[in-house]
Design a protein. Structure first.
Length: 336
């Protein structure tokens, strides 16, 4: 594999941070994004922060002809595929939209890759494929059961990718199962841009700390955890970004695929997150325990040892850095 990488969804939260890491590692990166959940100024910000120019194609992966044309033009050596929707609640309310974007879009991309003979894929999967995990820490051989349409789209695409690998021996995919991405670029100039009320905990807590919302609603205080609130594995988005650089190197050097968890191996409860954010921001953060959110597990944290063994990668930033960077980004958003 050579140097040119197409990053679908490269203007999104994880995609934009990964694009910076790729540019800094010397890759020639082209972004393809339909900007359905991102802003048009993000590619310029990526160029400024990385010190390298990034090209950008506006592309909706649901459009098969346009996807084919884009891949013919870009001729990437590898593709990192972030371009998908990620809200569980939205996927239950509008499953067709999720199947169209996450399944049809991915199949169109895979087809276009096959057309141009591009054989290296890094696929954004999620810990959501473990459903309610049987045990923690979760290793990659744990049972898979998706419990909502979003999860099913991820699991189906993992399976499609495996089938393509079987039928085309030259095709290799790194399937990366993310735990809970959080935090922001340490410049404070790039981070998550939730539209409306954030679904995820860390951006919601940041908005409460900033005084934009009155309190955090803690979804359930009666889970089987030490303080009764849900435990998750929060991983810094820049650690996650770096793992993609390692995954590309793995595909290039080993010429084989892999499926790995990307997490830290440490779990924190909702209350621990609120406390850590309060320390990082120096603000009081009001919260109230409310009903459970349907579909939430008691605890979900990774066994990250396979990623360390295969990729030589492990997360290096802890919870305090996640909160400090998320807070710096929140302040930046309010001042600009
Ligand atoms: C969620 C998705 C998961 C997806 C991931 C992507 C669900 C059920 N799961 O993971 O499929 O891959 O986002 O980022 O939506 N919480 C609160 N109050 C809030 C928000 C969250 O108490 O306002 C709690 C949740 O109950 C959970 C923890 O905080 O215990 C983390 O929640 P969240 O950030 O939404 O992530 P997940 O649910 O783990």
């Amino acid at each position: 594999m050579n140097n040119r990488i197409l990053v679908t969804g490269g203007a999104g939260y994880i995609g934009s941070h990964t694009t910076i890491a790729l540019l800094q590692a010397g890759y020639d990166v082209v972004i393809a994004d339909n900007f359905s959940n991102s802003e048009r100024w993000i590619p310029d910000r990526i160029s400024t922060l990385s010190g390298h120019v990034v090209q950008c194609h506006e592309l909706d992966l649901r459009n098969h002809a346009a996807t084919l044309e884009c891949l013919h033009q870009v001729r990437p050596d590898g593709v990192i595929h972030f371009g998908a929707l990620k809200s569980v609640g939205e996927s239950i309310a509008n499953p067709l939209h999720y199947y169209q974007n996450n399944v049809t879009g991915t199949l169109n991309l895979l087809d276009a890759m096959q057309h141009i003979g591009c054989n290296n894929l890094v696929f954004s999967s999620s810990a959501t494929v473990y459903g309610y995990p049987d045990r923690c820490p979760i290793s990659e051989d744990a049972a898979l059961h998706a419990i909502n349409p979003y999860g099913r789209t991820k699991l189906m695409m993992e399976q499609a990718i495996e089938d393509i690998g079987t039928s085309s021996p030259g095709f290799h995919a790194a399937v990366l199962r993310y735990f809970n991405p959080a935090g922001a670029h340490d410049s404070g100039q790039l981070g998550e841009l939730p539209r409306g009320a954030p679904n995820n905990l860390v951006p919601f807590v940041a908005q409460v700390a900033a005084g934009l919302r009155p309190e955090v609603k803690v979804f359930g205080g009666d889970y089987k955890t030490p303080d009764g609130t849900g435990i998750r594995d929060y991983i810094h988005v820049m650690d996650l970004a770096q793992a993609h650089v390692h995954a590309l190197e793995y595909l290039r050097d080993r010429k084989q695929g892999l499926v790995v968890n990307l997490g830290t191996g440490s779990g924190y409860s909702v209350i621990e997150i609120i406390d850590a954010f309060s320390r990082a921001s120096g603000r009081q953060i009001a919260y109230q325990i409310t009903d459970r959110r349907p579909g939430d597990a008691d605890a979900c944290y990774a066994d990250p040892s396979l990623a360390e063994k295969l990729l030589g990668w492990r997360a290096s930033r802890g919870l305090d850095t996640i909160c400090a960077d998320a807070w710096r980004w929140q302040i930046h958003l309010q001042q600009n």
